[in-house]
Design a protein around this ligand. Structure first.
Ligand code: DGL
Length: 277
């Protein structure tokens, strides 16, 4: 075995800051576990990168989290879940260590739609990579064959977040642009899925633009509930996740830069370490 065998924290990975929206909710419902967050901010955004590049970057990140003692890693990134999860599960885990686990954020989100949508018209907003992968359309059709899905890529939203422009008037323009693109394609949409973990940072603007037309679904609580259920059903994984209530952060960018926004967002003082992948 090439990774430490002793129990370790739960790894949470994203291309940048977006995974913090997932981590925040996971820590709320499962505060007893230790967490190790990794943001590949230096190489974000992933959303416009090719399939193979997203796979290679995500693979490096997962390997790095395993090498730091994680037995379970959550890909808190839709782009990585859409483009890399399956390959890592099928190709890499068997050669690395078959007992380790990697989970994504798309299935827990899709599973919840059945109890949210009333008319079955789902709108998915995501990165160009997530949308062009067709993963949401495929998974929604599998779980709810009677539903109709319209997907719109929002290439400017992640850069707005990574560049801290999510509160700026410029962000309003791009929020209106993509939300209206969705409703012009399907005016009957009653459920809008924010299929990117960065998008909750734009939630106020998105909710205002969507208005009464549809419910806006974010992923944090859904992923947290699904993880809690997973750990209950898999005591062999739960037993190798340490429970000290700590949370550590790593970034491929400058740690001070990462900390500034992460602290505002999580509302806790934190320290981040630099890591090279
Ligand atoms: N948070 C990632 C996601 O959920 C953003 C991807 C990106 O870096 O473009 O898709």
């Amino acid at each position: 075995m090439k990774f430490p065998a002793s129990p370790g924290p739960i790894g949470v990975f994203d291309s940048g800051y977006g995974g913090l929206t997932i981590l925040k909710e996971i820590r709320k419902s499962l505060p007893q576990y230790d967490y190790l967050y990794l943001g590949d901010n230096a190489r974000a955004p992933y959303g416009t990168r090719s399939f193979d590049v997203v796979y290679q970057f995500t693979r490096q990140a997962v390997e790095s989290l395993f090498a730091r003692g994680c037995h379970l890693v959550i890909l808190a990134c839709n782009t990585a879940s859409a483009k890399a999860l399956r390959s890592i599960q099928q190709k890499d885990l068997p050669s690395w260590d078959i007992s380790r686990r990697v989970l994504g954020v798309i299935i827990p989100t899709v599973e919840a739609l059945g109890s949210i949508s009333k008319n079955g018209n789902i709108g998915v907003l995501g990165t160009p990579g997530t949308i062009s992968s067709g993963t949401y359309d495929i998974e929604i059709a599998k779980f709810f064959p009677q539903f109709r899905t319209v997907s719109v890529a929002c290439p400017m939203w992640v850069p707005l977040v990574e560049n801290r422009e999510y509160d700026s008037p410029g962000a309003d323009y791009f929020v209106e642009k993509y939300v209206e693109e969705l409703f012009s394609e399907e005016p009957e949409t009653d459920t809008v899925v924010l299929g990117c973990t960065h998008y909750p940072l734009l939630i106020d603007k998105i909710r205002r633009q969507v208005g009464e037309r549809a419910a806006v679904v974010t992923q944090g609580e859904l992923v947290a509930a699904s993880l809690a259920d997973y750990l209950k059903r898999h005591p062999e994984i739960d037993s190798v996740c340490t429970k000290g209530g700590t949370c550590e952060f790593m970034t491929t960018e400058n740690p001070d830069k990462f900390t500034e926004l992460a602290e505002i967002f999580l509302n806790i003082p934190l320290r981040a370490d630099h890591v090279d992948l």
